[in-house]
Design a protein around this ligand. Structure first.
Ligand SMILES: Cc1ncc(COP(=O)(O)O)c(C=O)c1O
Length: 434
C-alpha cells in the first residue's frame, strides 16, 4: 500500500518498517504516547496552505485571507494562522474569543452567524471585533441599540446576502440559494431594503457585503457568478444610497480531496474566478476582498488515528472493521456523506487484500466512518489512520454516548505537542450538580 501524497500532511512517508511517518514523527509511537482516538495536525502543512493562498492573491490588489475558525477552532491550530498573518472569520462569540486567545487582533476578526443573540452582539462589541456581519433584518435595530448603549463609535458592519446561486454539493452544505436560512435575498428586494436601514442608522457603518456559496465546492464558474452578483449589488447600493462599498466578503468553500483521485479546484483558479470580475468592475476594482477559507487551510494537515477493536464478516455481504472512535469525533460521514480513505499506520507498505467498511463505536447504524476502503486484512489492535481529518471533525466533536472526546497534538519541527488533552469520564459530568 502506498500513500497518496496530496491527501496527507507534507513530509508524510512510509518508513522501512512500514510505519507511517510525518517527517521524523512516527505515528504509531504517537498513538502509544497519547492513546487513541488521536488527532494530529502538522503545522508546516497549515503554513504551506496559507502560503499557497498568499501566492495566489499576489497581483490581485487588496485581499485579506480570513481563516474560517469553525473548521477547527483549537487555539493551537488557529495560532499557527494568526502568527502567519491571517484574519479570522468567526461564526459565534465563542469563536471570536478563541480567535482572540490565539492572537488574532480584534480588528481583524469578523463575526458571522444568523440568529445572533443580544449577548453575542454585546460580547462582540466588548471584544471590539472589526466587523459584525448582519444576517437577519432583526439584527439591525438590536445592534444599533447595543452600540448606542455602549456609547461606542459607529460599528463597522457587513450585510450577508443571499444571491440565489445553487451549487453542486450536499444539500446541507449549500448556503446561497433563495430558500437558505442565511443572508438577505437580493432577488426579493430584502437585501437593498436592509442596506437602506443600515445606512440610515447613526450607530452602524456599512463597509461591505458578504456572501458564501456553500462548502466543498468544485465549480469554478459558480465563483465567477458570485463575484458578478456582488459587483452588481455594489452598484445597486451606490445608486440607492450613495454609499460605495469598500469591502467585499466572498466566503470560503473551496473543496478538498479526501480520497485518491478526488478532483479539486486549484487555489489559483478559485482565487482568479472569485476576484477577477470584482477587479474588472470600476466600482469594486479597489475594494478589499475578504476570502474566508476554512477546510482548505486545515483539512490536509489533520490525521485521525484509531485502534481497531475487531471485525465482523458477513460473507458475500460486507466486512466491518470497527474502531475505537466514530461519529462523536467525526460526524461528517453520517451528517453529509463525507467519504474518506484510510491506511493501516503500522503496515502501510502491505498490499490491500479486501474492501471493508470502517464502523464507528457509537450506538447508531449510521455511524460508519468509511463505507468502502481497500486495506490489508485488519484485526484487533491494528492502527488505522484517516487523512484529510483536519476540518470539521474535532470542531464538531460531541460526547454522544458519553464517550470522552479525543486528544489532539500539533506536530512542529519534528516534535509533537499536546494541544488538547483527552477528556476523562469525570469531564463529562463536571457541569452537572451531584
Ligand atoms: C460564512 C462562511 N465563511 C467561510 C466558511 C468556510 O467554508 P470552508 O471551510 O468550506 O472553506 C463557511 C463555512 O460554512 C461559512 O459559513
Amino acid at each position: 500500500m502506498s500513500v497518496e501524497a496530496a491527501l496527507w500532511p507534507l513530509a508524510t512517508h512510509v518508513d522501512a518498517r512500514g510505519h507511517l511517518r510525518v517527517g521524523d514523527v512516527d505515528l504509531p509511537s504517537l498513538s502509544g504516547r497519547y492513546g487513541t482516538p488521536l488527532y494530529l495536525y502538522d503545522a508546516a502543512t497549515i503554513r504551506e496552505a496559507y502560503r499557497e493562498y498568499r501566492a495566489a492573491i499576489r497581483g490581485c490588489g487588496a485581499v485579506r485571507i480570513s481563516y474560517a475558525v469553525k473548521a477547527c477552532g483549537l487555539i493551537g491550530v488557529t495560532r499557527v494562522l494568526a502568527v502567519a498573518g491571517a484574519d479570522a472569520s468567526a461564526a459565534s462569540l465563542g469563536e471570536v474569543l478563541a480567535a482572540r486567545r490565539a492572537g488574532f487582533p480584534p480588528a481583524h476578526i469578523q463575526l458571522h452567524g444568523n440568529a445572533k443573540t443580544d449577548e453575542e452582539l454585546a460580547g462582540a462589541l466588548r471584544a471590539q471585533v472589526g466587523r459584525i456581519v448582519i444576517d437577519g433584518a432583526d439584527e439591525i435595530q438590536t445592534l444599533a441599540a447595543l452600540v448606542r448603549r455602549a456609547k461606542g463609535g459607529r460599528q463597522a458592519v457587513w450585510l450577508r446576502l443571499s444571491p440565489g446561486i445553487d451549487v453542486d454539493t450536499h444539500a446541507s452544505l449549500r448556503t446561497a440559494t433563495l430558500d437558505s436560512k442565511f443572508g438577505a435575498p437580493i432577488a426579493t428586494g430584502d437585501a437593498i431594503a436592509q442596506v437602506r436601514q443600515i445606512v440610515a442608522s447613526r450607530e452602524l457603518r456599512l463597509t461591505g457585503v458578504h456572501a458564501h456559496l456553500g462548502t466543498q465546492l468544485h465549480e469554478v464558474q459558480r465563483y465567477g457568478e458570485l463575484a458578478r452578483h456582488l459587483a452588481r449589488f455594489a452598484h445597486e447600493v451606490r445608486d440607492t444610497t450613495g454609499v460605495t462599498l469598500r469591502e467585499i466578503g466572498v466566503g470560503g468553500g473551496l473543496g478538498v480531496p479526501l480520497r485518491q483521485g478526488d478532483q479539486t479546484l486549484a487555489i489559483g483558479s478559485y482565487v482568479g474566478a472569485v476576484i477577477g470580475p470584482l477587479r474588472e468592475d470600476p466600482l469594486t476594482a479597489r475594494a478589499t476582498v475578504f476570502l474566508e477559507p476554512g477546510r482548505s487551510l486545515v483539512s490536509r494537515a489533520g490525521v485521525a488515528l484509531y485502534r481497531v477493536t475487531g471485525t465482523k464478516r458477513v460473507p458475500g455481504v460486507i466486512t466491518y472493521v470497527a474502531v475505537d472512535g466514530g461519529m462523536g469525533d467525526n460526524i461528517r460521514p453520517s451528517l453529509y456523506g463525507a467519504r474518506y480513505t484510510a491506511v493501516l499506520a503500522e503496515r502501510a507498505a502491505d498490499p490491500a487484500e479486501e474492501t471493508i467498511a470502517v464502523a464507528g463505536k457509537y450506538c447508531e447504524s449510521g455511524d460508519v466512518l468509511i463505507r468502502e476502503v481497500a486495506l490489508p486484512r485488519a484485526g484487533r489492535g491494528d492502527l488505522l489512520a484517516i487523512p484529510g481529518a483536519g476540518a470539521y471533525a474535532v470542531a464538531m466533536a460531541s460526547n454522544y454516548n458519553h464517550f470522552p472526546r479525543p486528544a489532539v497534538v500539533l506536530l512542529e519541527r519534528g516534535r509533537a505537542r499536546l494541544i488538547r488533552r483527552r477528556e476523562s469520564h469525570s469531564d463529562l459530568w463536571r457541569l452537572e450538580p451531584r
